[in-house]
Design a protein around this ligand. Structure first.
Ligand SMILES: CSC[C@@H](O)[C@@H](O)C(=O)COP(=O)(O)O
Length: 333
């Protein structure tokens, strides 16, 4: 089985797998400029906090490469637009802003245009390599929490597609399975865009991990019946006090886990932790198009002309979180 490369730097363009077309179509797209990268992030062709951060870094490196001047001040002015275009794509994932800040810092310190461009490309590769290594360690650290015979519930998609590496929550699950533990997974559909049904189901099947797909509203039913031993999900941004933004629906699952005495873990690299914000109240929640709610797989399911809410994420208060599985070990909440 070939390994998935959700984001690949080709030196003068970026290749991604179009996650909006999975699982029916495995299509790779070549993105030739920063505008195409920004559009791919906005439209979720590339998605999941670590993958967004990696694509953002390469997008900025690509945009900078295409600035034609040799004058450093002019270059820095044009670079600001490149960086701002990427920063404006999606507001919630900390990884995106971590990447933007690191790239901005490189430009601020470069002595000339040629070295700025070279160092930006090198920095993007460094960010990419670090996410791959972090998720490898997260998978190992988290797998130790899983016992033989466990049923694990997960939400959204947090595998290789979402991370460019082993995955966060899904990486933990896949690693436990590879270690020979007999586990079963309950994967939620994850409305409105069905990252669970489309992407997690695709990734688990590729890995031959036994799983069953459930709709989001079935989670409580399975937890109450003592048929879930552990919940593990990913994160888009974690505040200093441990409040965690993740895919919409995560908060409901955390409350249900708490009510039923089931451990609830967040798996995330240090690049998702935001030291600048004290609590989850400061996290900006992305509001996406109403079409994502009124339509399912491109087909309208709701009447025309109605009011719709579509927050892409919610915040789970730290007191519902048993612990954080990171590359540096398990942090208790
Ligand atoms: C390892 S990915 C962690 C999160 O980014 C993931 O759980 C999630 O919420 C993804 O949301 P998405 O809107 O699909 O980018």
């Amino acid at each position: 089985m070939s390994s998935i490369k959700p984001v690949e730097w080709l030196g003068d363009r970026l290749m991604i797998i179009d996650q909006t077309r999975l699982p029916q179509h495995e299509i790779y797209l070549e993105l030739a400029d920063v505008h195409q990268v920004a559009e791919a992030i906005k439209s979720l062709k590339v998605r999941g906090a670590p993958s967004i951060g990696v694509a953002a870094a390469y997008g900025i490196a690509l945009g900078a490469q295409q600035i034609e001047t040799q004058d450093l001040e002019e270059f820095r002015k044009a670079y600001k637009n490149v960086s701002a275009e990427i920063a404006a794509t999606r507001p919630t994932a900390r990884n995106l802003f971590m990447a933007v800040e690191r790239m901005d810092d490189i430009v601020g310190r470069a002595p000339d245009v040629i070295s700025a461009k070279d160092r930006l490309a090198a920095e993007a590769e460094k960010i990419h390599d670090a996410e791959i290594e972090s998720t490898r360690l997260i998978a190992q650290n988290g797998a130790a929490l899983i016992r033989d015979g466990d049923t694990i519930l997960t939400h959204c998609n947090t595998g290789p597609l979402a991370t460019t590496g082993s995955g966060t929550a899904l990486g933990v699950i896949i690693e436990a399975f590879r270690q020979g533990k007999k586990i079963e997974v309950l994967a939620t559909e994850t409305r409105p865009l069905c990252q669970g049904a489309r992407l997690t189901a695709w990734e688990l099947r590729r890995e031959h991990v036994p799983f069953r797909l459930i709709t989001d509203s079935m989670a409580g039913h399975f937890m109450k019946g003592a048929r879930v031993d552990m919940v593990v999900v990913g994160a888009d941004r974690i505040a200093r006090n441990g409040d965690t933004a993740n895919k919409i629906g995560t908060y409901s699952i955390a409350v249900l886990a708490h009510e039923n005495g089931i451990p609830f873990y967040i798996a995330a690299p240090s690049t998702t932790f935001d030291q600048r914000i004290a609590t989850g109240d400061e996290i900006v929640i992305e509001e996406r198009s109403p079409d994502e709610v009124t339509h399912l797989y491109g087909k309208r399911t709701a009447p025309e002309g109605i009011e719709v809410c579509n927050p892409a994420f919610d915040v789970t208060p730290a007191n519902y979180i048993t612990g954080f599985i990171t590359e540096n070990g398990i942090l208790k909440s």
